[in-house]
Design a protein around this ligand. Structure first.
Ligand code: FE2
Ligand code: FE2
Length: 276
């Protein structure tokens, strides 16, 4: 069981944000902004999956999972709230969130499906967030120093994603989820996550008039496939999910532990959440 602490981040999300807050880089900014746009809908889905999965557990397992589930819900609810404020700035800057509404439409297909499917989808997305989080925590300089507040927000979010990466996976296993369905959902989630992220990134770049600039594509290529490229460095950890004996705890979380230890002045722990 993981001891999940809910933290109130000490950042002012009301202050306006610069258009290209991520090191002045149009591509990286557009990609992070796209991910932020997906969070309010996506993280609500994760919360619902985990809460409903928890309710399906027998009483003894509920006792075992209760603190972790409360911590998970509290962390994701806090992320949703802050990214909601972040996204209000994006609205003001003229960006249009198409990812959130599209994901919401797609979720309607899951209504009435057993919660194991919801948990398999959540576990797959949580694997993506955990490996992206680890990448970010190992390369914090890629966030630049144009807006320290947003860099802190992303690293705090990344640290907590790494912290709670086992919760949905463990609930799926506890409810007897099969290896085959776990992989089936990971293949689908991979397709949707990558296409949604790219579509929204292009959308954001088109809106701010930087889509057809050479510098945007050059930066995009290097950020994804270069020496410290996102795709290059996360492909291996993504692939591990397909192993029969895979468990999220096998993947290194030391960068998250270190960030939380070294940045205690950036947040106030509010204990285990009561939002479940
Ligand atoms: Fe989150
Ligand atoms: Fe998460």
């Amino acid at each position: 069981m993981t001891d999940l602490v809910v933290r109130r981040l000490l950042v002012d999300m009301q202050a306006p944000m610069p258009r290209h807050w991520c090191a002045g880089d149009a591509f990286r900014t557009a990609l992070f902004d796209a991910l932020s746009m997906s969070f309010p809908v996506g993280e609500q889905f994760f919360i619902d999956s985990v809460r409903n999965g928890f309710k399906e557990l027998p009483a003894d397992l509920q006792e075992k999972f209760r603190p972790e589930v409360q911590g998970f819900v509290g962390q994701e609810a806090t992320h949703r709230r802050l990214h909601g404020l972040y996204n209000e700035h994006l609205d003001k800057l003229g960006y249009v969130n198409a990812w959130g509404p599209r994901a919401l439409e797609r979720m309607k297909l899951l209504e009435g499906q057993h919660v194991r499917h919801w948990l398999a989808i959540t576990a797959a997305y949580e694997h993506f967030t955990a490996i992206l989080a680890d990448f970010l925590l190992h390369h914090p300089d890629l966030l630049g120093d144009k807006d320290e507040r947003l860099a802190t927000l992303w690293l705090w979010h990344a640290s907590e994603e790494s912290e709670h990466k086992c919760t949905a996976f463990d609930l799926y296993q506890a409810l007897g989820g099969s290896h085959e369905w776990r992989l089936k959902w990971m293949r689908r989630v991979t397709f949707f996550f990558l296409t949604d992220a790219l579509r929204q990134t292009f959308n954001n770049l088109r809106r701010d008039g930087t889509l057809w600039r050479w510098s945007t594509w050059k930066s995009g290529f290097s950020y994804l496939f270069g020496q410290r490229g996102l795709v290059r460095l996360t492909y291996g950890p993504w692939r591990e999910y397909f192993r029969r004996d895979f468990h999220p705890s096998q993947q290194d979380a030391s960068a998250s532990v270190r960030w939380l230890r070294e940045h205690g002045d950036q947040f106030v722990p509010v204990g285990q959440a009561v939002a479940a």
